[in-house]
Design a protein around this ligand. Structure first.
Ligand code: FE2
Length: 132
């Protein structure tokens, strides 16, 4: 049943794509939908905000750090970081208050691909893909 649903969804998507024309179907420029998830490579309308919003990831032995170089104030701040594996498991997260520092640390996970996320209350959801 699931395979049939998947097939039907794919068929509808292809048909819709044909109806819209190929240029409308391939509007995404990266692994995420443009204008929904922002990355350093695809910052969309926030192209002047990359340096202060794209999460930066560093690994030092058994410690992985996510940092967003973003000022924090009551009106404008980083709300949350997450570290998610490529198969969708949340490795960890941290919620920040406006007077906090948007830096979070985790135990370095096993080798593989991960997504570090950072959410700004004014400038949306940002992701940096990293390979450890
Ligand atoms: Fe921001």
């Amino acid at each position: 049943m699931s395979d049939r649903r998947t097939f039907l969804k794919s068929t509808v998507a292809v048909a819709a794509g044909l109806a819209l024309g190929a240029t409308n179907v391939s509007a995404e420029t990266g692994p995420f939908p443009s204008g929904v998830v922002y990355t350093a490579e695809d910052p969309g309308m926030w192209d002047k905000k990359v340096g202060s919003h794209a999460p930066q990831v560093s690994v030092d032995g058994d410690k992985l750090t996510i940092e967003t170089k973003h000022p924090m104030s009551a009106d404008h701040y980083i709300v949350r970081h997450t570290l998610v594996s490529s198969d969708g498991k949340v490795v960890g997260y941290q919620v920040f208050s406006p007077d906090g520092t948007p830096k979070s640390t985790y135990a370095t996970p096993a080798k593989g691909e991960y997504f570090a996320t950072s959410f700004c209350n004014l400038h949306d959801f940002w992701v940096t893909k990293v390979t450890i």
